[in-house]
Write a new protein. Structure first.
Length: 218
């Protein structure tokens, strides 16, 4: 039980950061299509989805912990210390923020190019109203679908981050079990990860149906 808490907290913090960074960045890139903001956002997403998580963690440790000595290199520490969380959370969240950015950009662009938005513009609806009331609201279904997968993925896929930063979580515990041939622990951890993944996706499906009435009709 003591190993579950750190993993869930790390995953939740990373998911929150990825959400508040990736979704607005995707909206900005879509609204400013073809601008510097758009290209910067796409580069951010490309790097976030292609660079290995463990490599990103090592580079962040090298820069912020070794060179500039601004943040600790790892470990969760006793109690709550924000500095101990910054590097692990940023490392894990970048991948999620990149996914949010790409899917939100595509969804907003699709809505902005739709006929009902063009009709709203011809009726004199302001640009801000078009973006926030029509484009963003109708585009939120796509990132919601990704949201559950990301949270579940952060929980089950935090192995490299926990190992690199010495995070005392369930994923690192599973790696240590591999080294010691403790198959009982591996089975238990696998079952816990599977249960968490299924539960989160089940909740996501319920929220998806509540937000989009068309799902309830089918």
């Amino acid at each position: 039980p003591g190993k579950i808490g750190p993993t869930v907290k790390l995953a939740a913090a990373s998911w929150i950061l990825a959400t508040i960074v990736g979704i607005p960045l995707g909206v900005l890139a879509a609204v400013k299509r073809g601008s510097v903001w758009d290209y910067a956002g796409r580069i951010f997403a490309l790097l976030g989805q292609t660079l290995p998580t463990f490599w990103v963690g090592i580079i962040l440790i090298l820069v912020f912990a070794v060179w500039f000595r601004l943040l600790p290199a790892g470990t969760m520490g006793e109690g709550f210390n924000l500095k101990n969380w910054i590097l692990p959370v940023v490392t894990l969240a970048w991948l999620g923020a990149a996914g949010y950015m790409r899917i939100m950009r595509s969804a907003v662009l699709e809505v902005l190019d739709s006929e009902f938005v063009k009709l709203a513009r011809t009726k004199g609806v302001t640009n801000n109203m078009v973006i926030w009331k029509h484009a963003v609201q109708n585009a939120m279904i796509a990132p919601l679908t990704l949201s559950g997968l990301l949270l579940a993925g952060f929980i089950t896929g935090s192995v490299s981050v926990e190992v690199v930063f010495g995070w005392p979580g369930l994923a690192r515990y599973a790696v240590e079990a591999v080294w010691t041939n403790n198959f009982t622990v591996l089975v238990v951890v696998t079952l816990l990860f599977t249960f968490g993944f299924v539960l989160i996706n089940f909740i996501t499906d319920i929220l998806y149906a509540l937000i989009d009435p068309r799902i309830r009709l089918t």
